[in-house]
Design a protein around this ligand. Structure first.
Ligand SMILES: *[C@@H]1O[C@H](CO)[C@@H](O)[C@H](O)[C@H]1NC(C)=O
Ligand SMILES: *[C@@H]1O[C@H](CO)[C@@H](O)[C@H](O)[C@H]1NC(C)=O
Length: 235
């Protein structure tokens, strides 16, 4: 009789840790990510990378550069700034259009679907005029104007890969994430000259070093199926 008691007890004990199912979602660090990329391997509503910019004052001028590589363009959020109740800046692609969104206004730019190469995407915006310069692989798109006078709250985090659908009132619902690779993410609190963004492409962003996000010293957290990929040395 006693023999049955023991196993029965331990079985019920084992159920408790099973119920306390905790998803380990990430890790934190300030690291030099030179030579690495974030590999978004599986589309999900939780996959994303959160970067912590070092911003002390409200932003009137910004530049963001990153490299992305994907062969599966559906609707892909590349980079956005998230404040407490809003997304003051967002760059995403849908099919062969790039969208740049500031607060609730957006512009879009037509590109080609040609995808079998890394794309160095740079966007700069200057609040005083609202002028946007958009450069992909060294090519400057026709200028756009968006939200002159708008100021970006310094209390933001930067988010890679995480898709949301926008309703007219702003905040949206989570959608499946980007699938592909993102690397060399840099952000400046100045609007770089288009020629500076163009020349980054020709030196493969080797000297890219953002003033508020620097790929050489990044504070990041990974959520969901995203891997920080470090290529191994050639044999
Ligand atoms: C933003 O850029 C404009 C034009 O280059 C400049 O006049 C202004 O001082 C800059 N503002 C900040 C806060 O850097
Ligand atoms: C990168 O920029 C930061 C901030 O401007 C600076 O402190 C750092 O020395 C720069 N790093 C390199 C390698 O140039």
């Amino acid at each position: 009789m006693r023999f049955f008691r023991g196993p029965a007890k331990s079985e019920s004990r084992m159920k408790i840790p099973l119920l306390l199912f905790v998803v380990i979602i990430g890790c934190c660090a300030k690291e030099n990510l030179h030579g690495t990329s974030f590999l978004f391997s599986k589309s999900s509503t939780i996959a994303k990378v959160v970067l912590k910019p070092t911003i002390s004052e409200p932003l009137k001028n910004i530049t963001i550069c990153l490299q992305s590589y994907t062969d599966l363009i559906h609707k892909d959020s590349l980079f956005k700034l998230e404040a407490k109740n809003s997304y003051p800046f967002h760059i995403f692609q849908i099919s062969d259009y790039y969208y740049i969104r500031l607060d609730r206004d957006q512009v879009y730019l037509k590109t080609s679907k040609e995808s079998m190469e890394w794309r160095l995407i740079c966007v700069s915006w200057e609040s005083s005029t609202g002028v946007i310069h958009f450069v992909v692989n060294g090519k400057l798109f026709p200028r756009r104007v968006l939200k002159p006078g708008f100021i970006i709250d310094p209390e933001v985090t930067a988010i890679l890969g995480h898709n949301i659908g926008f309703s007219d009132v702003g905040f949206g619902i989570e959608e499946p994430s980007y699938v592909g690779e993102i690397r060399k993410v840099n952000m400046w609190d100045q609007a770089l000259h288009p020629s500076e963004m163009q020349s980054m492409y020709f030196n493969n962003c080797y000297y890219c070093n953002g003033s508020v996000i620097s790929w050489e010293s990044v504070d990041y957290e990974i959520y969901g199926d995203v891997l920080l990929y470090r290529p191994s040395k050639k044999p």
